[in-house]
Every structure is written in structure tokens, then in C-alpha cells.
Design a binder for this molecule. Sequence first.
Ligand code: GTP
Ligand code: MG
Length: 216
Amino acid sequence: MTDAPDAKLIEEGRKLFAGEWKFVWASPSIETLPPMASMEVAFAGRSNVGKSSLINALTGRNALARTSHTPGRTQELIFFEGPDNAGLRLVDMPGYGYASAPKAKVASWTQLIHQFLQGRATLARVYVLIDARHGIKDVDQDVLKTLDKSAVSYQVVLTKADQVKHAELEKHIEETTVTLAKHPAAFPDVLVTSSRDGSGMAELRAATVRLLGERS
Ligand code: GTP
Ligand code: MG
């Protein structure tokens, strides 16, 4: 687990995400990305892991990003922008590893995900979401490898922590940390979150606002 961020970062993170966040762009393909402008932070992960819900929880908006019980909800790269050009965009990504979607769709989402993660100069950090009930799976490893290869900094965020008993959560944090030690571009600490009860949101906001400071 990460060391507790200091109070100043927590407050800066709270302020940044308390502003009004809005949808700015949707890209169904790598050819239709928005022009590069401010720093981007992307949310990647298996289908249904809770990417869109996490963006809603971070920004305090119930329905900024569209969520669903069924996998395959987000089918494009969706860009959100903060208040008064805060210098940050959030990117909601389609999920990978959705076994029952048509093969052609899965292939095109997977290609879009990997292409975006490989070649975007404004991409400052990728949060790779992992379900706290399941830990890192093979299909996640493919994405971690792409990120290692393209040297994009990333951090693992465990989701749905509200669904897991304390001992199991500790076990998955431990296993995930051991796995990440083998990945050169991975941030070594794991963030533990729940969009449902809000846990980990202050830390995730602080980790994100900190990136802005590092870049400016
Ligand atoms: P795709 O866009 O299909 O890849 O999914 P996604 O990763 O964006 O997941 P989404 O946010 O749509 O959430 C999927 C389901 O998980 C929804 O039913 C959410 O309500 C549920 N969910 C998301 N986050 C949490 C959480 O922290 N706790 C619990 N219990 N459920 C959650
Ligand atoms: Mg989604």
C-alpha cells in the first residue's frame, strides 16, 4: 500500500476534482483522437472492473461516465476535462478481456487500447484497474507488458474493495505488489479503492494532482 500522501496534496486533489468535469471527446479509433493538449491520465482495465464508476466517484458525478452491470459498456476512448482548463484530462477506456463480445469488436477494442497506450506523448499516467476480488490475470499482464515496452508510467488501482474481506484484500495487495516488482514501468505501490463507499478516492485524487506538479 502507498504511504499516506500529505495533507496538502490531499487538499489540492480534493479541490481539483471538486470542480466541474465535463465530457469533451469520444474516439472510436486511433485516427480520431483529440489533438494533444493538456496532460492525460487514462483508466484501463478488464471489462466491468469499474473504470467508468471510478471516474464518476473521483469527479463526484453520478453519470459523467456511463456505467453498466453488463461488460462492454464503454466502447470508445472517452475524454473528460476539468474546470477552467485545469491542465488535466481523464480518459475512460473500453475494457479488455470481454469473452462473450463478438470477436471483431474485441479485436478492435484491444487494438485501440494498445495503440493508445503506446503512442500518446501527453499520457502522463495510466491507472490499471484490477478487481480486488480477483487480482492480476493473464489478460492484464498483456497490458502491463505494453506499458512497460512503451515506458508509460502506470499504477495499479484495486477496485470494488467493498466486496472483499480484509484478509483476502491483504492477500491480493501482497500478490499484486510482488507481481508489479517485475514490471519496470509500474509504480510500486497499489491503491485500494471502492467507488461504492468512496474509500481510496482522496488518495487517488492526491496521486493525480501530484502528477500535475511533476509536469509543470
Ligand atoms: P466497461 O466499460 O464495460 O469496460 O466497464 P467498466 O470498467 O467501466 O465498469 P463500470 O464502471 O461500468 O462498472 C461495472 C459494474 O461494477 C457496475 O455494475 C458498477 O456498479 C459496479 N462497480 C463499479 N465500481 C464498484 C465498486 O467500487 N464496488 C462495487 N460493489 N461495485 C462497483
Ligand atoms: Mg466503462
